[in-house]
Design a protein around this ligand. Structure first.
Ligand code: ADP
Ligand code: MG
Length: 337
């Protein structure tokens, strides 16, 4: 389905921007945003970039767990006491998150935040085992009581919290791509941290997305040519600290409330970025066997996994016939790190 070529490269390969193409980076949502797009009218291209950045800021203001004024932060406070009415947008995104919880047998669960808030990866703070287990008992997406008619959300148990960090960036990327399409833009890349979506080609050639080595920031384990898809990578190297040789990072196994440790990175290719974002987090929790089994039964979804030994694993449709040798080479290269 896709041809895989394995070589070292930049994360998103950049070539000099030529006429009609515009590229811009910004730091929003606590991450790096990149927009690259083409329109023959430079004014429209400029407007496209500006609209994308404005949309990212709007979604950040609504869904950031760090802004006390965000709708999400308000929900976390108010839904403890009573059903809290939220915007159609937030309600719908929470519903989509719940659908991913059903699909993944609870590996994806936005109530992970009931434990997640006890970690501070920058300050190397984590709960002790007793506190973690007590809080982990609150992780269950069924603890969200959703009223479809009134668009309210309530927590069935005190102590429950939600966080959309596993899906909101992908959702934001999808919203931005829609805005660009509505403006008549047919070739674009929008990236928010590890979540990207591309439409069309790039100067008549596919876009190239690199998957970085989870243990060496400037190395790639694979580079994939792609068109008209979304790609998300979840890794244990983005937000973490180590203690006694154990890595504590931001992807939480809802069963234990502890970091999931079977994999180092998961890349998902999907038709839209909301799906690729939620599934990259989910497959990271599920691990190699259960994760690949899930991906292989979902049409239109592919995955590349790097396990804790540095070995690469591909979903069925990604197995490039001619690349068995290359895959071996890549596995050897990563395992060397
Ligand atoms: P990033 O935010 O670095 O792009 P991911 O897409 O992998 O990374 O999502 C990780 C984020 O997802 C965490 O920072 C946290 O907000 C959230 N999260 C962690 N564990 C879970 C989980 N089991 N289910 C849903 N969301 C989760
Ligand atoms: Mg994700």
């Amino acid at each position: 389905m896709y041809t895989l070529s394995l070589f070292l490269s930049l994360l998103v390969i950049t070539v000099p921007v030529s006429a009609g193409w515009l590229k811009e980076n910004a730091d929003i949502m606590g991450t790096r945003i990149t927009v690259e797009l083409f329109h023959p009218d430079p004014a429209v291209a400029r407007q496209g970039v500006d609209r994308v950045l404005a949309e990212m800021r709007r979604i950040d203001h609504a869904m950031s767990p760090y802004l006390a004024t965000s709708e999400l932060a308000q929900l976390n406070i108010r839904a403890r006491q009573h059903a809290f009415a939220v915007s159609d947008e937030l309600f719908t995104l929470i519903q989509r998150a719940q659908d991913f919880s059903d699909l993944t047998g609870g590996a994806f669960d936005i109530t992970f935040a009931s434990v997640g808030f006890l970690y501070d990866y920058r300050k190397a703070i984590r709960p002790d085992a007793a506190r973690r287990k007590k809080a982990a008992a609150l992780i269950d997406y069924h603890n969200l009581v959703m009223d479809k008619d009134r668009h309210t959300v309530a927590f069935s148990t005190p102590g429950v919290r939600i966080d959309l960090g596993g899906i909101a960036k992908g959702y934001a990327v999808d919203r931005c791509i829609r805005l660009l399409q509505d403006m008549g833009i047919r070739q674009a890349l929008v990236t928010a941290g590890g979540d990207s979506r591309i439409i069309g080609d790039r100067w008549g050639r596919p876009w190239t997305i690199g998957i970085r080595d989870p243990r060496e920031a400037d190395k790639m384990v694979a580079v994939i040519p792609l068109m008209d898809v979304a790609v998300s990578t979840s890794g244990d190297y983005q937000r973490y600290f180590e203690e006694d040789g154990v890595r504590y990072h931001h992807i939480i196994d809802p069963q234990s409330g502890d970091s999931a440790r079977e994999l180092r990175s998961v890349t998902i290719i999907a038709p839209d970025a909301t799906t690729s974002d939620a599934l990259s987090t989910s497959v990271f929790v599920l691990g190699t066997r259960a994760g690949l089994a899930l991906v292989n039964r979902l049409p239109g979804i592919d995955a590349i996994l790097v396990d804790r030994h540095g070995e690469l694993h591909y979903s069925d449709e990604l197995q490039p016939a001619e690349a068995a040798g290359e895959r071996h080479a890549a596995a050897t290269r990563t395992s060397a790190h």
